[in-house]
Design a protein around this ligand. Sequence first.
Ligand SMILES: [Zn+2]
Length: 299
Amino acid sequence: MSRCLACITCLALLGVAQQTAAAGESDKHQDLFVTANVQFTLCHELTHALIYAFDVPVLGREEDAADQISAICFLHPTHENRRDPQAVEKLVAVADAWRLEWELDKDSGDTAYWDEHALDIQRYYYVVCVLYGSDPLRFENLPDQLGLPWQRAWSCADYEYEQIVKAGKWLLETYGVARDPATNPRAGKVRVVYAIPGENKQRAYSILKASALFERKAELMNATFDLPYDIAIVATDCLGEATAYWRQDRREVVFCYDLVERFDLLAKLRRCILGSHTGPANRRPMDPARIRQCLAGIR
Ligand SMILES: [Zn+2]
């Protein structure tokens, strides 16, 4: 449900980095990082919504299932034969976000081993696993480039990716409908609501509005599923809680502007660590010492 919340200390340090970062750093890599992570999180929460709407049986952890469906959303965004040309870059950005969250959290003493979610570092490996398993020949260097041990990479290529695709297809074939939405006006609809934020959340609000991600995903959901009830995607100010979650009682995906801000900060941190080498090839390691330097605002 919720994304791992960062420790207060880390947020404070990131605030320092933000203040000292050069102006105008919001380049296309940074924008892509933020929107890719918004997209992943939204797909994750909408998977929860589908599981509850259709009472889908879940084998294993629901959170893992939601991550899996989210990952293949990038690889099969609309049609099986029409892949997002930026899918690889986006999935690497999503993986990097989990990696950074882990690096920021692992020494805090507050790592939630008990949580319903996998650890952030496991979510990192999972995203890389899905990407590698999707085309082991094309991505033959990816495990070495992104540090995915071959013991895991082999199972990604052997069966893990196929299992995820099978689950996604089953979801579509069982609950998706190929029809004109106008023929069933009683079907529930997904709508998008933006709570107008205060001045301090205007940037996050603008990023979401400009991306139109919520609207596009709502449109796709409405064209694909006959939902038993209406669902809302609500963007709102969560007063410092960088999270998103599904509220079954209100049938809402709550998406906090604070989480968008968090992705924005992680994007700056990644840029500081990796420079322009954000792709899998020739990337710098996410060295803890370098992370500390970047957190302190040293580029
Ligand atoms: Zn979840």
